[in-house]
Design a protein around this ligand. Structure first.
Ligand code: ADP
Length: 266
């Protein structure tokens, strides 16, 4: 039982991954595929002349401010990626089913209506944000799909307490799914060979680490990698056997990661 997260940023590859997962699913392994959507969102925004608004929190986390219309666009971006994954699985004879709120319920989140934003050295509040943080995870639909021989695909969207849906972070969504399913492994595939000590230098990839090394690892992570480490922590604390940050650009990205190439955390 495992969860794979495939990044949505440019430079990620996913066709090899799908072929490889199809083989494993045919052998009876149970996987969930969580995906990001950032490059699809960027392309859609560009086509529609919408300027994305990125903000930095006082603790240094960069995120996108999601207005109501951004959320609609984000949902469309997620759909584009999900459909592409469904089609690829279909070519291998595998039935893949995306779980979209509010029709399907998986992650439940609380909305961060206003974001604390660091701008020009000052902290200010920005209202009208439609992203949130996951508070619980309902895994029934995943089990039903597994029973039916299908692979569940999860976009980074959650249901809010008021029944609306929200944008959530894909890595943390994958961590919540993996913890809820008590997964043996969470594999986070991205456009890098793992957690690097020196950016852009593959030879500095960290091979193995554990929860207690987290404060040291956090020093190496910049930008989006900070959030990935948060997801790693949440997964391990939630009882997931191990988390591997691997490279999606490999010929067999999942097997390569499971063979320990990448950063293995347990
Ligand atoms: P994805 O869409 O694949 O999840 P992200 O952009 O969210 O990708 O996160 C991966 C990015 O994190 C890398 O492309 C890299 O630029 C950045 N990054 C920051 N710090 C590190 C680090 N220490 N090691 C590896 N990547 C890092």
């Amino acid at each position: 039982r495992g969860v794979v997260k495939i990044g949505g940023a440019k430079g990620n590859k996913y066709d090899n991954l799908i072929g490889e997962m199809a083989e494993r699913l045919r052998r009876g392994e149970r996987w969930v595929l969580v995906h990001g959507a950032s490059s699809f969102m960027e392309d859609l925004s560009k086509e529609l002349n919408i300027e994305p608004k990125y903000v930095t929190s006082p603790s240094g986390f960069k995120s996108r401010f999601v207005s109501k219309s951004d959320l609609t666009l984000f949902r469309a971006a997620c759909c584009l990626f999900s459909v592409s994954l469904v089609n690829l699985f279909g070519k291998f004879g595998i039935n893949a089913v995306p779980l979209y709120p509010p029709d399907s319920i998986s992650a439940i989140a609380t909305r961060k209506d206003f974001l604390r934003v660091l701008e020009g050295g000052k902290v200010r509040l920005m209202r009208g944000n439609y992203s949130g943080y996951i508070t619980s995870f309902v895994n029934e639909e995943i089990y039903s799909l597994w029973e039916a021989g299908a692979i569940p695909i999860l976009p980074p969207l959650a249901v809010a307490d008021d029944g609306e849906f929200l944008n959530v972070d894909g890595d943390r969504m994958a961590a919540a799914a993996a913890a809820s399913l008590k997964a043996d492994v969470l594999v986070i595939l991205s456009n890098v060979p793992g957690l690097l000590k020196v950016p852009n230098d593959a030879s500095t990839a960290i091979r193995r680490a554990s929860l207690k090394d987290m404060p040291v690892l956090e020093n190496y992570a910049l930008g989006n990698m900070k959030r990935k480490l948060l997801a790693v922590k949440e997964a391990l604390e939630g009882g997931v056997g191990s988390v591997i940050i691997g490279d999606s650009r490999q010929e067999r990205p999942l097997s390569t990661a499971l063979d320990g190439k990448g950063t293995v955390l347990c």
